[in-house]
Write a protein that binds this ligand. Structure first.
Ligand code: ATP
Ligand code: MG
Length: 451
């Protein structure tokens, strides 16, 4: 027995009332059987799109993909996608079917779907239709292709990443034949658009099974981000590390909170290491400058993946700063917040905690205390009067103009000097003393810089 929400039940009943067959199908059946709340409810039916339109002519209907047999019916302000049973024609581009053909049996429709756990349909009067062993694979926690894996990945290369995403989201395994086929066919990802790859990648990273995916399918990740290839197996011979760069990366990703953009940052944070490797006189590996190179690489990668700007900017800053030596004074902490922003500093703590979790015990003991102390300092500084950027000063450009200055580099230098002294707490954060101090500073400026 599966509980359908009212809007989905209404769609099924209405189609049956008109003499058609209809089932909820795909993700909602899978999630219900797992005891999870489905995101949305999809319906499949033997009614043709025109017939669906007619059956729901009194409802608000959106012609989402009429060619492919899909219309969206709004019931109680909830969308239900209704798709006619179909099989896909040939796939000449490894991504999109050249045509679709409507068919009459639900089993034929289920056969075109990607994985067995996604290929089940349910109707309260007919029960579960599970032609490919989806329920068994759910119980075994396995992602398995419907049919011949090689064929299915050739039809649509995106399914390679979908397999990893579902396995990661539910912490499932990828069944052996499907896993071999994924590795063999990873080149098919070349036919998938950057936007789709990035969306799937973020989905994989956000899942609780991400560690097994990163460790089990490194070559797939190196196919979508070639910069990953040199990190795989790259040794780090020093007391701080117990893993090669990729293995360390995988553990660091898994140790980070699942929210964006942290896991993405952890995926990228050490990619500059292989190119910045050197060996010291003591025989230890060093990676001088890898955060800066990594930041440049992160930018290139995220531009290629067509990332939104906010995600890109944040990732570049956090990769660049990931190895930061934390300030130990309030003034230093204020300057750091001024330089990268409060939110990025907050995220940087998560980045460092995740990074550290994937280091050797030696490094963990050495650095954990430093992070704790820095976090206390960060909170103290946030509780005190803000002094992070010139905007926090109790005086502004207009005040300095009243003292005879013009806007320009000299004015900026005066404001920055005042900020520095306020951060150092050598100057009280009050208008009068601040203006008096501004007069002093202006008096020291060479006469030709400004009036
Ligand atoms: P999610 O919770 O991520 O939405 P979902 O299973 O609903 O999971 P969708 O991408 O919404 O996934 O697709 C709905 C259904 O359509 C899937 O369950 C699957 O049966 C089928 N499907 C989607 N994409 C593909 C594909 N690329 N190849 C084959 N079948 C697919
Ligand atoms: Mg869905």
């Amino acid at each position: 027995m599966m509980r359908l929400p009212q809007h989905a039940a209404t769609v099924l009943e209405r189609l049956e009332h008109f003499g058609f067959e209809a089932y909820v199908v795909g993700g909602c059946v899978r999630d219900s059987l797992m005891g999870r709340t489905p995101k949305d409810w999809d319906v499949c039916t033997n009614a043709l799109p025109e017939e669906v339109l007619r059956a729901f002519r009194k409802f608000h209907v959106i012609k989402t993909g009429l060619k492919h047999g899909t219309v969206t019916v709004m019931v109680d302000h909830q969308p239900v996608e209704v798709t006619t049973f179909r099989i896909d024609g040939a796939y000449t581009d490894n991504r999109h079917p050249d045509s679709v053909n409507f068919v009459s049996r639900v089993e034929e429709d289920l056969a075109r779907r990607d994985f067995t756990i996604n290929a089940m349909a349910y109707n309260p009067r007919r029960g579960l239709v599970d032609a490919f062993g989806g329920r068994e694979d759910l119980a075994a926690r396995a992602i398995r292709c419907v049919g011949e894996p090689d064929e299915r990945f050739h039809e649509d290369g995106l399914r390679i990443l979908r397999a990893l995403r579902f396995a990661s989201r539910y912490d499932f395994n990828i069944e052996t034949e499907t896993a071999h086929s994924i590795r063999r066919n990873r080149h098919l990802l070349a036919n998938v658009s950057a936007e789709r790859i990035f969306t799937e990648l973020k989905g994989i990273l956000a899942g609780e099974g991400v560690l097994s995916m990163l460790l089990g399918f490194p070559e797939v990740f190196a196919t979508i981000i070639p910069e990953i290839q040199p990190a795989i197996g790259f040794p780090q011979k020093n007391p701080y590390h117990c893993f090669d760069v990729w293995t360390h990366t995988a553990y660091a990703v898994a140790a980070a909170p699942a929210d964006e953009p942290l896991r993405l940052v952890m995926l990228l944070h050490d990619l500059g290491k292989p190119a910045r490797h050197s060996v010291g006189d003591d025989g230890r590996a060093h990676f001088y400058g890898h955060p800066e190179l990594g930041a440049q690489m992160a930018k290139d990668i995220l531009l290629r993946l067509k990332s939104d700007n906010a995600t890109l900017d944040r990732a570049v800053v956090l990769v660049r700063e990931h190895d930061i030596v934390w300030p130990t004074t309030p003034a230093g902490m204020r300057r750091l917040i001024g330089r990268i922003g409060e939110e990025n500093v907050r995220l940087l703590f998560d980045v460092q905690r995740a990074d550290l979790a994937a280091h050797s015990d030696f490094a963990r003991e050495k650095n954990a205390e430093g992070i704790r102390a820095a976090f206390l300092l960060f909170e103290d500084v946030l509780d005190s009067i803000p002094a992070f950027t010139v905007k926090d000063l109790p005086v502004n450009g207009a005040d300095l103009m009243a003292l005879g200055m013009q806007p320009g580099p000299a004015m900026r230098r005066v404001l920055e000097q005042l900020l520095q002294e306020m951060q150092d707490e050598t100057l009280p954060a009050q208008g009068e003393p601040m203006l008096a101090r501004a007069r002093e500073i202006i008096a020291t400026l060479p006469p030709n810089t400004n009036p």
